[in-house]
Design a protein around this ligand. Structure first.
Ligand SMILES: Cc1cc2nc3c(=O)[nH]c(=O)nc-3n(C[C@H](O)[C@H](O)[C@H](O)COP(=O)(O)O)c2cc1C
Length: 159
């Protein structure tokens, strides 16, 4: 029986659709493979291009990251993430932020805590960058802002 024009058209459309799908899955496979290619920038070598985004945890009482924080980041390194960007960490400025459980990136005890974090991550074969934060004044920091403004005013009166 002769193939009708309608059948021929249908076959052609199916063939084109299959080719398009194969093309798309090739592109996806290429892009996915790229994620697992090492990344090199000067003396930084990452085993892959998967980067953990900074995520605030507020689990560092007095701004000091303890052994539990080190274990948290170490587990992420053990999971194989190429680079960890830490939760936001306060820089040494009085208005950098007002949450006392956010880790600081200054002061002997906080820096000792971060040293332990970095060592555990490195031991697990990971790399880690700190996110430096100066978030400034936020509505939630009301009381602290008033206290800080009063301190500033008294400083300018004395000057
Ligand atoms: C619980 C939580 C905490 C976060 N903390 C921070 C942070 O400390 N610093 C920051 O720059 N972004 C922070 N983010 C934003 C994330 O890093 C990320 O940019 C956001 O979740 C959007 O990701 P997506 O574009 O993949 O959806 C936080 C997000 C979440 C869910």
């Amino acid at each position: 029986m002769a193939t009708s024009a309608v059948e021929l058209d249908l076959k052609l459309r199916l063939k084109q659709r299959t080719e398009r799908q194969m093309h798309m899955s090739n592109i996806t496979a290429r892009h996915t493979a790229l994620l697992f290619k090492p990344f090199v920038l000067k003396n930084l070598t990452l085993p892959n291009r998967i980067v953990m985004a900074p995520m605030t945890r507020s689990k560092s009482p007095e701004g000091i990251p303890g052994p539990d924080v080190a274990a948290y980041y170490r587990r992420r390194a053990e999971g194989g993430v190429g680079l960890i960007v830490t939760e936001g960490t306060y820089v040494p400025h009085p208005t950098a932020g007002f949450n006392s459980a956010v880790p600081r990136f200054y002061g002997e005890h906080s820096l000792a805590g971060w040293k332990r974090v970095a060592e555990e991550v490195h031991r697990a074969g990971g790399k880690i960058f700190p996110q430096l934060w100066h978030v400034g004044l936020t509505p939630a920091s009301g009381g602290k802002i008033r206290e800080f403004s009063a301190r500033l005013r008294s400083m300018s009166v004395q000057a």
